[in-house]
Design a protein around this ligand. Sequence first.
Ligand code: NAD
Ligand code: TYD
Length: 353
Amino acid sequence: MRVLVTGGAGFIGSAVVRHLVLVKGYEVLTVDKLTYAGTLTSLYKVDGHPLHRFLRADICDRSAMVEAFASFRPDRVMHLAAESHVDRSITGARDFVETNVIGTFTLLDVARNHWEGLPAVDRAAFRFLHVSTDEVYGSLGADGLFTEATAYDPSSPYSASKAASDHLAKAWQRTYGLPVVVSNCSNNYGPYHFPEKLIPLMILNALEAKPLTIYGDGANIRDWLYVEDHARALDLIAERGRPGQTYNVGGRNERRNLDVVQHICTLMDALHPQSGPHERHIAFVEDRPGHDARYAIDATRLETELGWRAEETFETGIEKTVRWYLENEWWWAPLRQGYDGRRLGLVGTGREP
Ligand code: NAD
Ligand code: TYD
């Protein structure tokens, strides 16, 4: 089995690559541009592994993608490369449109040409898994869950660009017959998460006695999934998902942001008391523009059709995550030098030209 993974030097992509190479024994070509969010240190466990190759390339670069498909001849594509941070998309959306929309278009089109040239039996087995987010569904009120039938209603430039890419992926299946499967997952957390997202940022800010910035009143709800549970789900969906179908992925772990941050503080008090007590650093700050109130996933299809279950609860996963950041300063310290956690995504400040 040969799998081409885009975005494999990122947070979720590197978990997918580790799973495919080290657990499944698949041959993997990681294709990644290495933006600020991608680092080869996230792939050190497969560095030099005979089943793993790395190609530094931009998914918008058509000729580089054609060459990658021609030389690697993948049986499967798992497409995770994206600009992924909502606050950055508010400050400047251009990279989001380029990578998430144009890049996905380029990859779909190159994959289609590759697939059309395969022998019939390989054409039938080929899969293109387009990895997306539950943020395409917009915001929930106090009740209800996102199902695969929920209408798209994205709020941020990030989620709008992901929604556009999902539509392109589905169109390439319906129009050209490319065997595309789409997954929409809730918020992930775990090791190798770039420290601009809520959970790693709060752990490192707590460690360094910096403000634990809560947007608005902290009542916004996210549905948290441990990244390795997501990686297993993606492998299963690529293996057994039906072309043309969408699968929602989520671990039924809804939490208010304030509760997440308080929980991190409690863990930090226990595991790193020298920088505590940590809750005194909680600071309520101006809300995010267009801030979705609540996300929550109904993963029944994935659970019943494909037999997937999350292995981590929020309590077990978050403790593993805090311990990992405390033990792996070598990984995050260089990234923290490049981005110190300053606030992004306020309208009227730091607008791109
Ligand atoms: P990430 O930002 O950590 O990693 C993205 C990776 O893509 C990086 O390695 C980056 O270098 C690479 N990349 C960016 N632009 C590229 C380009 N033009 N060409 C090639 N490579 C490029 O993101 P993540 O959190 O790992 O998310 C991976 C995917 O999963 C994304 O598609 C995202 O929308 C989706 N997703 C993320 C979450 C989440 O909670 N993080 C939840 C659901 C879905
Ligand atoms: P984030 O990790 O950016 O993920 P997403 O916006 O894709 O859900 O944010 C998670 C939640 O945490 C979201 O409701 C915004 C909030 N948040 C804060 O309250 N403070 C912060 O410093 C950050 C980065 C996020």
